[in-house]
Design a protein around this ligand. Structure first.
Ligand code: AMP
Ligand code: GLY
Length: 423
């Protein structure tokens, strides 16, 4: 089998790495890929932008690929799956309409309301005066969000009404409309990545990520500074409820709207102190860095279960098998991220890190000749799998200590919540 992975993050390195472990997968192309995918055996990078969905489709046709796996949300929201399906190329990832689950929060909210899925109360607005009038009547803190894709920069948790008014002005000025004003939910977040063929849905192991830049989960939101799996907060009771009350009704509601959704359904949940789950957001793709902890634990060949989704036979596919143990990933970033940062710094120590048993998934890296250099904000993720959290955390930081580049930044507290619950 020949596969093509779209994207260039740690998620896509992990996807290509896992797919190539399957005995069925002979070759892989990553578009555009990164320094890590360039070095994988039997893998080749093709330098096209992820937005170039026509170019990517041509690459798939020319190389007669048997499966395309789409990493990021942008090409999905541009309709890459529609295009590939028209050309009879099997693709894992929803159509443009299905991707609205992520690309339009108000569309997703109306679908979830229709499906009876628990969500935060809220309203969408196309003008600032009405949004502010609504805020005046609500309690604080309150959340103001861009409706559309905003690369993690579209959510503002306002502590006071005047902060919320400022957030409304900021989002409209930045060109976002509609915007959403939403009740602030308290609790602990968990990421449930599920796969679906549009009829049946199966959860992968639950993960948690650390979205904030600072230790103790403070500061600006990022794409994710680290993750761990399985997340101890997600008990089997909770997972059953999520399946029955959230995932299955969502898939049924998508089908009712005539949407043939084959791909990842990633529910970002808030679990209240009483243990009640609510959906904060849906994503229509694998999470990053969650993928860097979920996939290393998967024993079932990834290509086989993905094919079962694409060919709509997930119901008859055997239960997924998992390695025992705990995976922890620490993201090493360029100092300054998620704001401005420098690129082009020489990266060393990856082999030394891997020699102690961790896996390094590259993200913002590039090969310049045979020099590996930094090329993005989140540069790489180091993942350790051990029997328990304490051991995994110790090992992952031993791995991180081996990695070196100028002006690196990482959080030293990844997994602190899980560790306080477990071991
Ligand atoms: P989203 O892109 O909607 O997932 O939001 C990004 C992050 O903002 C989430 O992971 C939460 O940490 C936070 N957030 C979003 N919505 C809410 C909410 N209603 N209540 C509390 N925190 C929220
Ligand atoms: N880790 C959050 C995301 O992938 O959106």
């Amino acid at each position: 089998m020949k596969v093509l992975v779209v994207g260039n993050g740690g998620r896509e390195h992990a996807l290509a790495w896992k797919l190539l472990q399957s005995p069925q997968v002979k070759r892989c192309w990553c578009v555009p890929g990164n320094g890590g995918t360039a070095l994988l055996e039997r893998c080749e990078n093709i330098p096209l932008a992820v937005e170039d969905i026509e170019g990517i489709t041509q690459v798939a046709i020319q190389n007669k690929v048997d499966l395309v796996v789409v990493g990021p949300e942008v090409p999905l929201s541009l309709g890459i799956s529609d295009l590939l399906r028209e050309k009879d190329i099997p693709v894992f990832g929803p159509t443009q309409l299905g991707a609205k689950l992520e690309s339009s929060k108000s569309w997703a909210k109306s679908l979830m309301t229709e499906a009876g899925v628990p969500i935060a109360k809220g309203k969408s607005f196309t003008n600032a005066v009405e949004a502010k009038a609504y805020i005046t009547q609500q309690e604080t803190p309150i959340v103001v969000k861009a409706d559309g894709l905003a690369s993690g920069k579209g959510v503002i948790v306002a502590q006071t009404a005047s902060e919320a008014y400022a957030a409304v002005d900021y989002l409209f000025k930045a060109g976002f409309s509609p915007i959403l004003v939403e009740e602030y939910l308290i609790g602990e977040e968990v990421s449930i990545l599920a796969i679906t063929d549009g009829i049946t849905v199966r959860s992968l192991l639950p993960a948690q990520d650390h979205k904030r830049i600072g230790e103790g989960d403070i500061g600006l939101n990022t794409g994710g500074m680290g993750a761990y799996c399985p997340a101890p907060i997600a008990t089997s009771d909770l997972l059953q409820r999520v399946d029955k009350e959230i995932l299955q009704p969502t898939v049924a509601a998508l089908r009712n709207r005539g949407i043939d959704y084959r791909g990842v359904l990633y529910a970002g949940l808030m679990i209240s102190p009483q243990g009640e789950p609510k959906v904060l957001e849906y994503n229509c793709r694998f999470g990053d860095p969650e993928t860097q902890v979920v996939l290393p634990l998967l024993k079932t060949p990834l290509d086989q279960v993905i094919l079962a989704c694409v060919q709509q036979r997930l119901e008859e596919f055997p239960p997924l098998c998992w390695h025992l143990g705990t995976a922890v990933c620490v993201v090493v970033a360029s100092s300054g991220y998620p704001g401005k940062y420098k690129k082009g710094k020489l990266i060393t120590g990856i082999q030394e890190a891997e020699a102690i048993g961790v896996t390094v998934f590259q993200a913002g890296t590039a090969l310049e000749g045979d020099r590996l250099i930094t090329d993005g904000g989140r540069v790489l993720g180091v993942t350790a799998i051990r029997e328990n959290f304490s051991e995994a955390i110790t090992e992952v930081y031993q791995g991180v200590d081996c990695i070196n580049f100028d002006e690196q930044y990482y959080r030293r507290d990844i997994g602190y919540r899980a560790q306080s619950r477990k071991d």
